[in-house]
Design a protein. Sequence first.
Length: 320
Amino acid sequence: MRRMLLVVAVVALLLVVLAALYDRPPVAPGSWLQASGLQARFEVVGGHRLRFVRAGTGPSIVLVHGFASSLYTWKDVLPALAPSHDVVALDLPGFGASDLPADLSFEGLPAAVLGLMDRLDIRRAALVGNSMGGAVAAIVAAEHPQRASALVLIDAAGFNLEPSDRPAMMRLATSPAARLLEPLPGKRFLVERALHEVFHDPRLVTDERLSEYLSGALRRGSFAARASLLRSLESRPGAVQESLPGIEAPTLVIWGREDTWIPLAHADLFVEAIPGARKVVLDDCGHVPQEEKPGEVGDLLGEFLAPSSSEAGEATSSRG
């Protein structure tokens, strides 16, 4: 009996070691930055250290990523925007390489965007957000209209914030199982599964992409921060919906037709709620069009956010 228990213990230990090795990112996270000619920078906003990148000159654009994502999601869109815009992409608190506050709340995310804009002396910007980042951008545009020159919502969250309406992988984040998963290996399996859900084309779940998303999940405290964020939405799940009629900025809604996390019907809900908003649907595309169809998204953003000559002159002078 003792020998059997020893064998079981050894096998269990080997499985844990193998799972831990399997969890190692296949590509060094962040290596894409240097290849893209970008440099990670940091500012302290609201007591939290935020990572961001900044490129180009012209009218400002602020890019806001979604849940469990990072500024990496804009990697292939940035080059199309930087020639004519001052583009900032940030890691929201709790994600990417930004700080991981254990008491993270949704209310703190719009404040982080505005705080970073203040630190970078950006008085007014076009706000572009995907998924949860779309909800954050919408709140900023609604509550601080003088700071938003335009708004682009890409497969945005806002009508699905009730716990029962969230994708299964997000519901897992606030379940009792999440506390057990935090110290255990096996996070690569969860990240891979989530990526295969959000991408329509499975070939796009590359080693580089997997590494970037996995690196965030492997950070100590990430599960607790994300669970805190989602729980904070439970008291006001209608906060984003209620804010939409107050948006004054010109608004473009972009959606992937094959999005299985937030269905296409939600695009119409945003268009109906935001005065003057219009919609573009991308075929053969899932929940993250900026990664799955970066060329088309870049073209749409370039056209929608094309600066006038007066805007370009003002922006150039403001950055010296």
